[in-house]
Design a protein around this ligand. Structure first.
Ligand code: SF4
Length: 279
């Protein structure tokens, strides 16, 4: 009897899941992996561009899962309250549910066991990926199992010729343009590079506050306050100081003397991330 097994790997447009796709395609060419991306419709242009490059590298189409409803629909369902680190309804409704629905209807209900490969690195504290109630959906963590850390991820991307996604110059993560996990300097970058997305986020925030929500997108201030020229100057100056401190703290690894620019995790500490959106 032929084993009914499927292999799936979720891409976020971020560096870790992209590196994992490359790694699996090279280390395990025998596995017929289905690559997927759950599209919130609120991503940066660079994410779509990078995914297109990745498709070329993998020689496979990436399946785009459609949550069916957009962010604004769910925002209305939650009485216009913005999502936040405490109430992260966006990931549940826009990323996890569409994935579980797809896996269930196309695979596990047809008797398949599904292995889902998740890009948790060896140097990260997470011990598991999605904790699904679906017993036939099994999470695998190849980077953890094979000891691949952040430097290893950079190496995989570099050696593939793809390099890092281009947004990495100014932003640490994939995900929605207005993601509340971003740092203040990233909001400044968004305003500069995607002024329309920034305005849209500002409008959503205003509606949310008018509805009594306690959350602004960025902690302790509204985008209206954050975008004032004097505040932007302060955020930039603070960021520069942090960059200098992070550079000074860097330990030189004799095996990897070329370490490249400091990234936001080094500057602000390993941030809380959403495995579905940011890996
Ligand atoms: S990227 Fe951020 S805002 Fe978008 S779904 Fe994920 S956690 Fe929510």
């Amino acid at each position: 009897m032929v084993d009914k097994v499927k292999h799936v790997l979720g891409l976020s447009g971020g560096k870790d899941s992209s590196a994992l796709a490359i790694y699996m395609s090279q280390a395990h060419p025998e596995l017929d992996i289905e690559y997927f991306f759950t599209d919130t419709g609120e991503e940066l242009d660079e994410v779509y561009e990078y995914l297109a490059m990745l498709e070329g590298f993998l020689g496979k189409k990436i399946r785009y899962l459609d949550p069916g409803r957009d962010f604004k629909f769910y925002l209305a369902q939650y009485n216009q309250f913005l999502p936040s680190a405490q109430t992260r309804w966006c990931t549940k409704d826009l990323k996890i549910k569409p994935f579980e629905k797809w896996v269930k209807s196309e695979f596990t209900e047809q008797g398949y066991t599904v292995y889902s490969y998740v890009a948790i690195r060896a140097d990260e504290d997470f011990r598991q990926g999605l904790n699904s109630k679906n017993g036939n959906l099994i999470t695998k963590l190849p980077f953890k199992d094979d000891g691949i850390d952040k430097a290893g991820v950079f190496e995989i991307l570099e050696n593939s010729g793809l390099g890092l996604p281009s947004y990495y110059d100014w932003r640490s993560r994939s995900g929605c343009t207005f993601c509340f996990f971003q740092q203040k300097i990233e909001w400044v970058g968004l305003k500069e590079r995607y002024p329309e997305a920034f305005e849209r986020a500002k409008q959503m925030e205003k509606t949310s506050l008018d509805h009594g929500s306690p959350f602004s997108w960025s902690e302790g201030e509204t985008l209206l306050e954050l975008e004032k020229p004097e505040r932007i100057a302060q955020i930039r100056a603070d960021h520069e100081k942090r960059v200098e401190r992070a550079k000074a703290k860097r330990k030189v690894d004799p095996l990897r003397p070329e370490q490249g620019a400091v990234d936001l995790d080094e500057i602000y500490g390993q941030q809380k991330v959403c495995l579905a959106c940011h890996k």
